[in-house]
Design a protein around this ligand. Structure first.
Ligand code: S3P
Length: 174
């Protein structure tokens, strides 16, 4: 049983959606993928929206829908977009609104996982590893600020990471 929202934050490609879905399943809670909620609201892929409206407009929608999602009464597992921590107000809302888990992985590992990605607008560049290193340098402190716990994902399987988070949530309750 989940007592508060569990919010997964971390870099693009770290596995927030896969891990979130499995975790929710294990806990018998609802799973909400905030990127999917945004795509339903804007009616097109995030990449298309970025191209036409720009990143600032996307961040406004992201902040608004994050706030709305966190207001849900029954505790859910949320996966967030990798840039959801960029605004201080989002970081505060997540930290106050549930238990925040930072799923951490290195830029090198993420670059290997994302080598064939075409969906993530920020990574459609000549040197995705360089971009991931820049994003990591900027965001790692922000993920840590938003989070209650840091979960290393690099060496464990999805099942191991899910087990680790579930155990951590149990410990909080105990
Ligand atoms: C973004 C990450 C994406 C999505 C958008 C912006 C980012 O989500 O929200 O493309 O700024 O890192 P994922 O973390 O699921 O890739």
């Amino acid at each position: 049983m989940l007592e508060r929202h569990c919010i997964l934050v971390g870099m693009p490609g770290v596995g927030k959606t896969t891990i979130g879905r499995r975790l929710a399943n294990r806990l018998g809670a609802d799973f909400v993928d905030l990127d999917a909620v945004i795509e339903t609201e804007i009616g097109c892929p995030i990449r298309t929206y970025f191209e036409h409206q720009g990143e600032a407009a996307f961040r406004d929608i992201e902040a608004r829908l994050l706030e709305r999602a966190l207001a849900a009464e029954s505790p859910c597992v949320f996966s967030t977009g990798g840039g959801a921590v960029l605004r201080a107000s989002n970081r505060r809302a997540m930290h106050a609104g549930g238990t925040v888990m930072y799923l951490r992985s290195s830029p090198e590992h993420l670059a290997r996982r994302l080598r064939n990605d075409t969906k993530r607008p920020l990574l459609q560049v000549g040197d995705p590893l360089k971009k991931l290193k820049e994003l990591y340098a900027q965001r790692d402190p922000l993920y840590r600020e938003a989070a209650h716990y840091v979960v290393e994902t690099q060496r464990g399987s999805v099942a191991t990471v899910v087990g680790h988070i579930a155990m951590q949530l149990d410990l909080i309750r105990a």
